[in-house]
Design a protein around this ligand. Sequence first.
Ligand code: NCD
Length: 315
Amino acid sequence: MVETPLKRKDMLGLRGMERAEIQTILDTAELMREVSRRKVKKVPTLRGRTVVTLFFENSTRTKTSFELAAKRLSADTLSFNVATSSVAKGESLMDTARTIYAMSPDAVVVRHGCTGAPHLLSRAFPWSVLNAGDGVNEHPSQALLDMLTMRDRFGSLDGLKVAIVGDIAHSRVARSNIFGLTTMGASVMVAGPGTMCKADLASLPVERAHSIDEVLPKADVLMMLRIQRERLGPAVLPSVREYATFYGLDLERVQRARPEVIVMHPGPINRGVEIAADVADGDRSVILDQVTNGIAVRMALLFLLLGRGEDAPTA
Ligand code: NCD
């Protein structure tokens, strides 16, 4: 019997989360990874439980990964398609949520363009809410899968130097990673154009670098970010070509990095903008390991939130 120290109803963010909790999630994810390596990729842990995905913003990786994670734990899944739903007829978030809640799901995985939308749904109903990205605020499962990928490569997060490069101000991935990584003893440097590094950076525990070239010789991890066009106003970016020249990761830059450096990206990638195609597909890239680890981390989260008192699958 696994006693879970994750004494919480929801997974809303990594800000304020304790080191022991993050450790438990990553250790549980390692166990879950074994399930995905089996021929029959399914355990009965969450049989009879229902997990709903509710995405108000586009997604490829996160939504499919949560759905597969729930299915591999034998939960029933329902994917609520916002584009074809009554949201298009003007239904509010709370009315949509009330309707879904009336169908008795145990957990809802929500992505929304507004900061705090998952927190609102958590307060309104007793279900478990998993934040799959709320505006520019947090994307905890992404940061956890990133941390698992780093831990796989380096054995520990303690003392690791992680550089996050690009559109920091509009990135919920950056914020969740900053909170999680610093709690686990890593240090975080950020580099990006001034217009993409404003927000509340001064209040975050990061070192601000002024160019990608400054972080290259120091970083164990280079985490590249997509420019969040959907969240940018005009006049933040003179030209994509200029961005690629000053902040894009190409092979020449990788050669100036530490030999053991790993290159990460949460996806979707824009080849030739923040990352060159030969770097994305190259031997330092762990982008597809991140995707694989995403399922394991989301299985761990669903298990730890919904499966209290259940046996964790063993290897
Ligand atoms: C990220 C997101 O949605 O915040 N993507 C993801 O979940 N893999 C990053 C992005 O969209 O750039």
